[in-house]
Write a protein of this length. Structure first.
Length: 330
C-alpha cells in the first residue's frame, strides 16, 4: 500500500508543480473580477482615411473597461515591482472572499457597478484606481510598511500646498492617460490597414504552410527586417547622401557655395547621428506645412504623453525635498 501511495505521489507531484507555476498573477485575477462591473467594450472601428486626407492621431476611443484591462493585464501583470509587492502582501483574502464581500463587483446583473471599491474610490487616474484595488485585494500585514504609509498620509495632511500640487500634476496626467494606454491596444490611430499590411508582408509569407515553419519565418525576419531594413541603412543612407551631395554640387555650382558647404547637411544621412536634426526638421515641416506626414503624425501622437513624464518627474522630486525628511517626526 505504501508503494502505491508513493508512486501516486510521484506522478501527481509534477502536475501540482505545473499548476502552481501557471497560477495567474494577482493583477490577472483582479481583472477577471473587477472588469465584470463594467459594460462590455465595443470594438472600435479602425480609422479609414480617404486617399490624400489626414488622420486625426489625437482622436482616441477607449472604453472604461478597456482602460482598466490594459492597466491590469498589460502593465501591472508584467511589472516585476508589482509582483514583488504582491508577494510581500499577506494572503488574508482570496477571490472567494472578494465575491462574498462584493469588493469589486455587484451581486445582481442590473447593478454590477455597485460594490465596495466603487463606493470608496476617489482616485484621479486609472492607474491609481487599479493600485487601490490591489491594496484592497491583498492587504499588507507588515507593521513597518503600514506605519510608513500612515506617516506619508500625515505628512501630506500637514503640507496642504504640496498635496494640492500633487493632485494638479495627476490631473494633468489624466488628460493624456487615455493616449498612453491606447499604445497597448489596436485602437491607436496609427494602427491602420496599411500598417497591418506592412507588418504582415514583413514577417509572414503568402503561403499558409510556410507560416507554420518557425525556422523559415525566423530566417525571413533576419534577412528582410534585421539586415535589409535596419543594418543596411548604416551603409545605404550614407552612400545615398554622398551621391546626392555630389550631384547637387555638380549641377548647382555656385561661387557663394563651396564644395564643403554642400556637405553641411550630410549629417542627416547618417543613422543615429541624424536624430539630433529631427527636432529642427519637424519645426521646418510645420512651418512649411509639407514634408513627411508619417513623421509629423508620430510626433503629434507623442506630444500628449508629456504630462505623464512631467508628473513622474514631479512625484520623484518629492523624495528629494528637504521637508520629506521631516516625516520621521510624525
Amino acid at each position: 500500500m505504501r508503494i502505491i501511495s508513493s508512486l501516486l505521489f510521484m506522478f501527481c507531484l509534477p502536475v501540482a508543480v505545473t499548476a502552481t507555476e501557471k497560477r495567474p498573477s494577482l493583477a490577472t485575477q483582479l481583472a477577471d473580477h473587477y472588469l465584470k462591473s463594467f459594460a462590455e467594450a465595443v470594438q472600435p472601428v479602425a480609422p479609414q482615411a480617404k486617399q490624400g486626407s489626414r488622420v486625426d492621431v489625437t482622436n482616441i476611443h477607449l472604453s472604461p473597461r478597456t482602460e482598466r484591462a490594459v492597466v491590469f493585464n498589460e502593465i501591472f501583470a508584467k511589472s516585476d515591482a508589482y509582483q514583488a509587492q504582491c508577494q510581500e502582501a499577506g494572503k488574508l483574502l482570496n477571490p472567494y472572499v472578494w465575491n462574498d464581500l462584493n469588493l469589486f463587483c455587484g451581486t445582481t446583473t442590473t447593478t454590477p457597478d455597485y460594490h465596495f471599491l466603487s463606493r470608496i474610490n476617489k482616485t484621479i487616474t486609472v492607474l491609481g484606481e487599479v493600485a487601490l484595488a490591489s491594496f484592497i485585494s491583498a492587504p499588507i500585514t507588515n507593521l513597518e510598511t503600514l506605519t510608513q504609509r500612515q506617516r506619508l498620509i500625515a505628512f501630506l495632511c500637514q503640507n496642504s500646498q504640496l498635496y494640492h500640487d500633487l493632485r494638479n500634476e495627476l490631473k494633468n496626467y489624466r488628460t493624456s492617460e487615455k493616449t498612453m494606454l491606447s499604445l497597448w491596444t489596436e485602437t491607436d490611430p496609427l494602427y491602420t490597414k496599411e500598417y497591418v499590411k506592412y507588418l504582415t508582408n514583413l514577417f509572414y509569407t503568402s503561403s499558409p504552410a510556410s507560416n507554420k515553419s518557425a525556422s523559415l519565418l525566423q530566417t525571413k525576419k533576419i534577412w528582410l527586417r534585421d539586415i535589409w531594413n535596419i543594418y543596411s541603412n548604416y551603409i545605404w543612407y550614407p552612400v545615398m547622401g554622398f551621391l546626392s551631395t555630389e550631384i547637387q554640387y555638380f549641377f548647382f555650382k555656385s561661387e557663394k557655395k563651396s564644395h564643403s558647404d554642400h556637405y553641411k547637411g550630410f549629417g542627416t544621412w547618417i543613422p543615429i547621428y541624424n536624430f539630433f536634426h529631427t527636432k529642427l526638421m519637424i519645426c521646418l515641416m510645420k512651418q512649411k506645412k509639407t514634408g513627411n506626414r508619417s513623421l509629423l503624425k508620430i510626433s503629434t501622437r507623442s506630444i500628449p504623453l508629456m504630462p505623464f513624464i512631467l508628473s513622474i518627474r514631479f512625484t520623484n522630486t518629492i523624495e528629494d525635498m528637504p521637508t520629506t525628511k521631516s516625516m520621521q517626526a510624525f
